[in-house]
Ligand binder design. Structure first.
Ligand SMILES: [Zn+2]
Length: 176
């Protein structure tokens, strides 16, 4: 089943990072997509679900440059940098898949841990937080797998066919 395009604008512009930051380099985000969008764009839940992670205390205008991230990584401090400067929300869906939304505005989250959300519900807005060189929303769908090394996220492909407006139009059409 297709999930909803997670931004409240009608202009999906997928950006795929390349080189060291290519999503494909990371099993947990191999199928992630970055959608270019201006800071302040409303983010919506891609499907019904429950909020399982909310962090929105990082500044909205202090993006981490890729070089800054690499420098921190060389010192083994990239996790700390990520924790201090990234805002994100995670949702668990009925089919035991998860979606995550990264690069959100400070204090913009309109949901809290445990909240039930509906597909299309606004959950936050985007900002210059986290590692980026261009404003965007990082969107990823994943499942949790368990093996000898413990639990980990494994990114899964998704089908995303509707913008929010198209979705509304389709619903309206189907009413008649
Ligand atoms: Zn990304």
């Amino acid at each position: 089943m297709a999930i909803l395009y997670p931004l409240q604008n009608d202009d999906p512009k997928p950006l795929q990072p390349t080189g060291e930051f290519a999503h494909a380099n990371f099993p947990e985000s191999a199928h992630a997509v970055d959608f270019e969008c201006p800071p302040g764009t409303a983010v919506v839940a891609a499907d019904d679900g429950e909020i399982i992670f909310v962090k929105d205390d990082a500044p909205s205008d202090e993006a981490v440059t890729p070089q800054e991230y690499l420098n921190a990584k060389a010192r083994g401090e990239e996790k700390q940098l990520f924790a201090e400067r990234t805002n994100l929300i995670g949702i668990r869906h009925h089919d035991d898949t998860y979606t995550e939304y990264i690069h959100l505005s400070q204090g913009s989250s309109s949901v809290k841990l445990g909240d039930k959300v509906r597909k299309g519900q606004v959950i936050a807005t985007t900002a210059l937080s986290g590692v980026m060189d261009k404003p965007h929303l990082h969107f990823n769908r994943f499942k949790v797998v368990e093996d000898d090394s413990g639990k980990r996220a494994e990114s899964i492909p998704f089908e995303m066919v509707h913008t929010a407006r198209e979705q509304v139009e389709e619903v309206l059409e189907n009413l008649w």
